[in-house]
Design a protein around this ligand. Structure first.
Ligand code: SF4
Length: 126
């Protein structure tokens, strides 16, 4: 049954609030099959041995520009953080940047655990 715009919808027609991230890509397809870097120069993402600092910084910036237009950047970054991948540019982050993100996440998890313990103690004290 159709409802004119001015008429309120029955309660059952109100859509549920999504609890998961709205997919921006076909989740049936493995994320890496959509990786832009599959078509780009692979050498851009990993350092050759004894790479001078200036060359490394320039290469990493070029790799990050590729990542910035990649449709699976979020999935790639999370993969690299969860593994964790110790080398190369993944998801627009260098290995050093990923170490910083991981350290922040560990600190955040510790703070959350402390907060949860404090709430539990307060609740137990009644
Ligand atoms: S985000 Fe970067 S490293 Fe990851 S798949 Fe895309 S282009 Fe490759």
């Amino acid at each position: 049954m159709l409802h004119p715009p001015h008429q309120s919808l029955p309660v059952t027609a109100i859509p549920a609030i999504p609890t998961q991230r709205v997919p921006t890509r076909d989740s049936e397809v493995p994320w890496h099959t959509e990786a832009v870097c599959r078509r780009d120069e692979a050498g851009l993402f990993f350092a050759p041995s004894k790479e001078p600092t200036a060359a490394r910084l320039s290469r990493e910036q070029a790799a990050k520009r590729v990542c910035a237009r990649c449709p699976v950047m979020v999935e790639c970054r999370e993969h690299a953080l969860l593994q964790p991948e110790p080398y190369g540019v993944w998801g627009g982050l260098t290995a050093a940047e990923r170490r910083v993100v991981l350290a922040r996440r560990r600190r955040r998890d510790v703070e959350l655990q402390k907060s949860a313990h404090a709430v539990t103690r307060i609740a137990a004290a009644g």
